[in-house]
Structure formats: C-alpha cells, structure tokens
Design a protein around this ligand. Structure first.
Ligand code: SF4
Length: 306
C-alpha cells in the first residue's frame, strides 16, 4: 500500500517534534520500509542505529532487534511499536537452559546468533550474525563451541571450520525451516530455469545444498548489485524481494510466496504512527542484563562483517 503524501508529512512532523528516527528490518511490510530512515539486516541496524543523531528510535523489527538497539544505544529511548512482535527462534532458548548446557561443556565457548533475547546474550561469550558467523568462530581460540539458537546456521558454519566442534542448540527459524523448502525452490527453478537460486543460511542443509549461493540479507543485496545475472529466486523472507527491487530495480527477484515471517508483520503503519504520537511502548531492560549483554554484542561489532 502506497503511503499518502499527507501521512508522510504527518510522520515527518512527528519525527522532527521528537527528534526521532524510524529503523526497519528488511523483512518489514513494504510501506514500513518506505518510511524508514535506516534499513538493513540485524548487524547494520545494530551498528548504524548507535551512530544516529536522534533521541528516539522507533524500531520496526522483532523484539531481540529492538533490545540490541537499546543495549548499544542506552541513552536513546527505544520504542517498539508492537511488543508482541517476537522471534520464535529466539524464544527456543532460555538463560537457564543455556546455563545447563554450559555446565555440561565447561571447556566450550558460547557463540550466540544475534537472534537471541538480551538475557540469553548475557550468558553468551560472543554474538554473531549470519553475515559474520564464520569470521566470529574463526576469531576465537577455543576448539569447542556451543552455538545458539539456530541449528541450521550452526551446521552451515561447521562446513567452514572443520577443525572446530560446533555443538548446535536445537532451534530454528520457523519461516526459513518450514516455508523455504526444497520442493518450493525446485518448482520455482522449473518455472525460471535462467534464475540463480540464493538462500539464507537459516535454511535447512538440503535447501542450502540445492542453492547456487548462500548469503545473509546484506550479502544478498551486495551479490544482486554486482552479479551479471539478472534474475534471482530468493530463498528467504518474502519482503527481502521488495527491498532488493527498490535497490536494484533493473533486476528480477522471485520470492517463495509462502515465506512470510508473521511476527515481523505485526508492526503496522497505524502502530508506528501511534508510537510516534505517544512515544510508547518504550522498551525497558534491566541495567544488569544490559551491561552483561553489551559485552558479547560489542565483541561482535568489533569483528565486523565476514
Ligand atoms: S524470519 Fe525467522 S529468525 Fe527472523 S524474526 Fe522471523 S522467525 Fe525470527
């Protein structure tokens, strides 16, 4: 749905009134992407939101992303327009369960995907994103890694670090695991034999083996810009194709139609405007959790992209 000029003007006035910025993940509704001041994957949002000259961040993404923005920008007010926009994969691990696993493997270091809640990060040694996971694991001297929470990403990383033992948590992304299937990609490839198949590392190993390339969302964007190919089947959340078509309009991006993250889609235009009007609901985290979770996040940020 196209955002009307009146709505855009109203949003602009509210942003100026509160010195606010709208930050949005690549999987948000297209109309939310259209009003965002900053778009990106989880690493870009984590690092760039810190640098924004703003008092208020309206964060359009799931809960752990808004938490990360707050932890890295503690002096800013972070507003999460829909607190029930929560990542099911992040909910597949708790700090208590992670503590039990650490007790079983006292010689292992804990690497957590950034798709974890702040209290799980507080039990983590270093965070990573899908874009820098291999680089992060190569950077640590330990040979034994507890990797949480995405088993598919953990198994994918293992291919690049055969000298290390990665113990994967049994979590997964419900969208990439259940909706980006081998059958759906094969059917699209039959319809578009000239298209390259690109998938996200949250997909299952059989999907990864079928793909031409495996990239984080940032990597997908970079590849689409530089590739000589003009048509791509995108094995990731459907809205990534909107982002790609905005940034690389001369190329064609074919989504897996059923690959929708319903949790990302809980943030709507009405909720964003209500948040800009009232500066609620504010995301609040306990100070001790913020302090502890900041350490693995800063280690991740210092390592940068893979
Ligand atoms: S796409 Fe997957 S990992 Fe991302 S927020 Fe949705 S469920 Fe979580």
């Amino acid at each position: 749905m196209v955002v009307s000029p009146e709505t855009l003007q109203y949003i602009q006035e509210l942003k100026e009134k509160h010195n606010a910025v709208i930050v949005a993940h690549n999987y948000q509704h297209p109309n939310i992407q259209d009003i965002a001041d900053l778009m990106g994957d989880s690493l870009a949002l984590a690092t760039e939101a810190m640098k924004l000259d703003a008092d208020v961040i309206i964060f359009c993404g799931v809960n752990f992303m808004a938490e990360t923005a707050k932890i890295l920008s503690p002096d800013k007010k972070v507003i999460h327009p829909e607190p029930n926009s929560r990542c099911p994969m992040a909910a597949m691990i708790t700090p208590e369960a992670l503590r039990q696993m650490k007790a079983k493997h006292p010689d292992a270091i804990v690497v957590s995907y950034v798709n974890t809640t702040a209290d799980v990060k507080a039990e983590t040694d270093i965070c990573c994103t899908s874009g820098n996971a291999v680089k992060v694991i190569q950077s640590v001297p330990e040979k034994k890694i507890i990797f949480t929470p995405d088993k598919n990403l953990g198994m994918y990383i293992q291919r690049f670090v055969p000298d290390k033992e990665i113990i994967c948590w049994e979590g997964y992304c419900t969208t990439h695991q259940n909706s980006v299937t081998l059958e759906s990609l094969k059917a699209l490839k039959e319809q578009h034999p000239d298209a390259e198949v690109i998938v996200h590392p949250e997909c299952t190993p059989e999907v990864i083996d079928f793909a031409d390339y495996v990239f984080s969302t940032h990597g997908m964007l970079e590849h689409a810009k530089s590739s000589k190919v003009s048509k791509f089947i995108m094995g990731t959340e459907k809205e990534m194709c909107y982002r790609l078509s905005q940034d690389v309009p001369e190329k064609t991006f074919i989504p897996v139609p059923e690959a929708i993250c319903p949790n990302m889609k809980k943030i709507t235009m009405d909720k964003v405007i209500a948040s800009l009007e009232t500066l609620t609901p504010e995301l609040i985290l306990a100070d001790d959790i913020m302090q502890k979770a900041k350490i693995p996040l800063e280690r991740m940020v210092n390592i940068g992209r893979g």
